[in-house]
Design a binder for this molecule. Structure first.
Ligand code: COA
Length: 184
């Protein structure tokens, strides 16, 4: 298993693999932005929409590969307003259902923290559905809950689910983004 950054051109070439991971999570009911379990088109559209942001360096995509195939992802959003250049958002932590419980998500979260530090980010934020498996992972990695919002997001079954808003403060590192890339 390897974890590495996927640049925009490679993400474009490997769109089918990225879609398979995201679609696998949507169809098993994950709360990750999508509400339709019978229409994969929004999932494809999502990844296509990410390509310009990846090319611009506004977002950064880490993938875990097994036998050369993408089986898990996490994204770091570094495009922030001028008063937020010390922070970044973590999103789309996705592990294909067939690759779960082998520590991939934990490793991806550790790598995304290192990536954030290499971009001089000291504060990470994310949100996650109350009660999901991901919550235990974030708690165990030292993320703090700033609060919950009831009825935040529609689930694939139509309920309005509560979400946890979480953050993690990171120690400041002087490493550059290029250094992280070269270790990728
Ligand atoms: C949440 C998710 C990313 C975990 O991926 P994973 O690779 O299976 O997780 P790991 O094997 O690295 O496990 C890390 C920790 O997560 C927690 N965890 C993972 N799956 C769990 C489950 N089914 N039930 C309870 N806790 C679970 C545990 O705390 C685990 O630590 P442990 O193995 O020491 O007990 C994966 O289930 C997933 O993709 N879910 C759908 C998408 C999603 O909800 N993403 C998060 C969006 S905020």
């Amino acid at each position: 298993m390897t974890i590495r950054l996927l640049q925009a051109t490679e993400a474009a070439a490997r769109l089918d693999e990225l879609c398979e991971v995201l679609w696998g999570c949507v169809t098993e009911g994950a709360s990750i932005g999508f509400t339709e379990r019978d229409n994969p088109q929004p999932v494809r559209h999502f990844w296509q929409q990410q390509l310009p942001a990846l090319a611009a360096g506004d977002k950064h995509l880490l993938v875990a590969e097994q036998e050369g195939k993408v089986v898990a992802t996490v994204m770091l959003v570094t495009a922030m307003p001028p008063n937020g250049l010390h922070r970044a958002e973590v999103c789309k932590l996705l592990v294909h259902p067939t690759a779960r419980r082998t520590g991939l998500a934990r490793q991806l979260m550790q790598r995304v923290e290192a990536l954030a530090q290499s971009h001089q980010r000291e504060l990470l934020v994310l949100d996650t559905r109350v009660g999901d498996a991901a919550s235990a992972l974030y708690d165990s990695l030292g993320w703090q809950e700033s609060g919950t919002i009831p009825a935040y997001a529609l689930s694939v079954t139509g309920e309005r689910d509560a979400t946890r808003i979480m953050y993690k403060m990171l120690p400041r590192l002087e490493a550059t983004a290029d250094q992280e890339q070269s270790t990728g």
